[in-house]
Design a binder for this molecule. Structure first.
Ligand code: GLY
Length: 391
């Protein structure tokens, strides 16, 4: 793949980031051949050996394969080494089939999957094939929009009704909107962007709570499309303060602000970030849910720290992050680079430990997560001057 490297735009100058970043590049190089040989979701794993998870690439729940392709694109931008691009090539027929013969079995995370694959590859190669792929994914994501309720349905096949997932939107979906903003910017067709804005507005109206926390999910009546109330599938409980959900919202709203200029999104991102940072303790990496009761194990979520750091970087790039947020971001990244979190071992596929996956009943498991690895690498990339252009 031929690349166009853009000028650096955020460089912290803090020492200690290049070692972990080079390690992320090396792990990406080691992981790609195995992933390409047997594409799967590789979402998370207790010992960091992601390929043991065995969730299929075409499974409707797969939202994670592209964290590895995104890492490969970052590695290419850094090294200029064409081997990363070559290692991705066997994956292309799989990505085509996912939005082709398997299109009915996809969900809203087409945004994560195709921003970090097709949009990222298009941005760095200008190959129209990737543009075409990303636009097809954007069409399918747009087709999940429920016009009567102004939200993008998160889960389940669109031809499936009467399930628990019918009528549900989730906070994480803010990170899927950049695919739609990109599609409108690329084609001149406002359709995609209109959907993104309506979904972001609905999220702003229904998900945010006065204490700076967010609902993980929100249910609508599938018949009337009227809002019903908050739901939870990932945090400790419906009214709890799930750290990663807040991190998705910090980053997601900052991106919607970049794409629209709407100051309400900026205010939301800043408010959520302030509350998030205010709840950090001396460990700096957040507990997985800020509403844990006394005596509950204070398990950390390294992925929430990495995502929040990226969100604060995005605010900083827009000239909107106050020094207090930037300091918190630096502290989180420095902690993630420490031996408690960062795992340099070449034999382990995973990069950072102590990520959390909610089990749906208010507990969490300490694992390496592919999304934590990706956002850690993205944050480090930005700190050393690599521009991330695909969100
Ligand atoms: N997007 C799913 C999660 O954050 O667990």
């Amino acid at each position: 793949m031929s690349i166009s490297k853009t000028a650096p735009s955020i460089v912290s100058g803090l020492p200690g980031y290049s070692g972990p970043f080079e390690c992320a590049v090396a792990k990406t190089q080691r992981n790609l051949p195995a992933l390409a040989q047997n594409p799967a979701s590789w979402a998370y794993h207790r010992n960091g050996n992601y390929s043991d998870l065995n969730e299929g690439f075409f499974d409707i729940g797969n939202w994670t394969t592209s964290f590895f392709t995104g890492m490969a694109v970052i590695a290419t931008l850094h090294t200029g080494d064409p081997r990363f691009g070559k290692a991705l090539q066997p994956l292309d027929p799989w990505y085509q089939k996912k939005i082709g013969t398997h299109a009915a079995d996809t969900m809203h995370d087409l945004g994560f999957l195709y921003s970090l694959y097709a949009v990222a590859l298009y941005k760095v190669t200008q190959d129209p094939h990737h543009r075409q792929t990303a636009l097809r994914a954007a069409d399918q994501l747009a087709a999940r929009f429920i016009a009567g309720g102004n939200y993008i349905r998160a889960w389940g096949r669109m031809d499936e009704s009467g399930t628990d997932y019918d009528g549900v939107a989730i906070i994480d979906s803010l990170m899927n909107l950049p695919l739609l903003y990109w599609a409108s910017a690329e084609t001149g067709n406002p359709h995609y962007r209109d959907i993104a804005v309506k979904h972001a507005d609905t999220t702003l109206e229904l998900f945010l709570r006065p204490d700076g926390s967010v609902f993980h999910a929100y249910r609508f009546d599938p018949q009337s499309n009227n809002p019903v109330g908050g739901e939870n599938y990932c945090g400790r409980s419906i009214d709890s303060h799930w750290a990663r959900g807040t991190a998705w919202a910090i980053y997601g709203f900052s991106l919607s602000h970049r794409h629209t200029g709407d100051s309400r999104y900026l205010e939301a991102s800043l408010k959520l970030a302030d509350h998030f940072v205010a709840r950090l303790d001396d460990e700096v990496v957040p507990v997985w849910d800020f509403s844990l009761a006394p005596g509950e194990p204070p398990l950390r979520d390294s992925s929430a720290a990495a995502i929040a750091a990226c969100g604060i970087q995005e605010l900083a790039l827009q000239g909107e992050a106050p020094p207090s947020l930037c300091s918190a971001k630096d502290a989180m990244l420095a902690k993630l680079c420490s031996p408690d979190y960062f795992d340099p071992s070449p034999e382990v596929a995973g990069l950072i430990r102590n990520g959390q996956v909610g089990d749906g009943i208010g507990r969490a498991q300490s694992v390496y997560t592919s999304w934590g690895d990706y956002f850690f690498m993205e944050a480090l990339a930005r700190e050393i001057g690599i521009e991330i252009t695909w969100w």
